[in-house]
Design a protein around this ligand. Structure first.
Ligand code: NDP
Length: 248
């Protein structure tokens, strides 16, 4: 089966850099029309430039996923330009790691707001259009730490566990409208987010990975492509780990 998304409009939040950008480029290489979105204007301009140079069809819309008004504007712009939205990848995410005893309330709030409330706002806005179309694929990026926890990441793992519970509930709500909702739980992936980890922390992660390497952004992007494709039409409410076997 040829993997093409030539009739599909795909939105990826936080696609200015890292995993989100790789997902966006992977879809574009498979002929999708891509809605690039990020709250970081500089990153968004960079990825936009790369898309322009490659002649990929795209629309770039700045959007902070924690802001309901901006999310609503994102979908208005998308529908005004393309009249549909087929695939949404909720990728935008942040960390503010520290032990519970040192965690400030604003560190808790900002992580929950971005990683969990952001997924709620974008999914709610997308599902309105997808329900009318009677078609949609929603892919939410969680993390293996949302499954197994991680010391120093209670806010992040709570948000990522929340994404899993949210996605399973929405998968049940939207299934009758031919909308699938699945989760990707990456393990340790080399991006700017993990670049800041100490060598000791990186070694500790690597020691737990049976495939003995960190994941690459394209490993995650390929899973997103599969879940968005017709090959995954009968898969919904699932959590696919992309972690080299770290959690099994
Ligand atoms: P990056 O920090 O490299 O990229 C995330 C992008 O999202 C950045 O451009 C960031 O902007 C943007 N962003 C942050 N907050 C918002 C917001 N409120 N609205 C819109 N855009 C926002 O992260 P990764 O690529 O590493 O991670 C992508 C996703 O994968 C995240 O959900 C992360 O939790 C998840 N993940 C990553 C893993 C890894 O090992 N890297 C492992 C497991 C899960 P800015 O640059 O300004 O912050």
């Amino acid at each position: 089966m040829e993997l093409t998304f030539k009739d599909n409009v795909v939105l990826i939040t936080g696609s200015g850099r890292g995993i989100g950008r790789s997902i966006a480029e992977n879809f574009a290489e498979h002929r999708a029309t891509v809605i690039l979105s990020d709250y970081n204007a500089e990153s968004l301009a960079n990825v936009e430039q790369a898309f322009k140079e490659k002649n990929y069809p795209y629309l770039a819309v700045p959007c902070d996923v924690t802001d309901e008004e901006q999310v609503s504007q994102l979908f208005e712009n998308t529908i005004a330009s393309f009249e549909r939205i087929d695939i949404v990848v909720n990728n935008a995410g942040i960390t503010h790691d520290t032990l519970l005893m040192r965690m400030k309330t604003d560190q808790w709030d900002s992580v929950i707001n971005t990683n969990l409330k952001g997924v709620f706002l974008v999914t709610k806005a997308a599902s309105k259009f997808m329900m009318k179309q009677r078609f949609g694929k929603i892919i939410n990026i969680s993390s293996v730490v949302g499954i197994i926890g991680n010391a120093g990441q209670s806010n992040y793992s709570a948000s990522k566990a929340g994404v899993i519970g949210f996605s399973k509930s929405i998968a049940k709500e939207l299934a009758s409208r031919n909308i699938t909702v699945n989760v990707i739980a990456p393990g340790y992936i080399e991006t700017e987010m993990t670049h800041v980890l100490s060598d000791a922390a990186k070694e500790a992660f690597l020691a737990t990975i049976p495939l003995k390497r960190a994941g690459s952004q394209i490993d995650v992007a390929n899973a997103a492509l599969f879940l968005a494709s017709p090959m995954a039409d009968y898969i919904t409410g699932q959590v696919i780990k992309v972690d080299g076997g770290m959690v099994m």
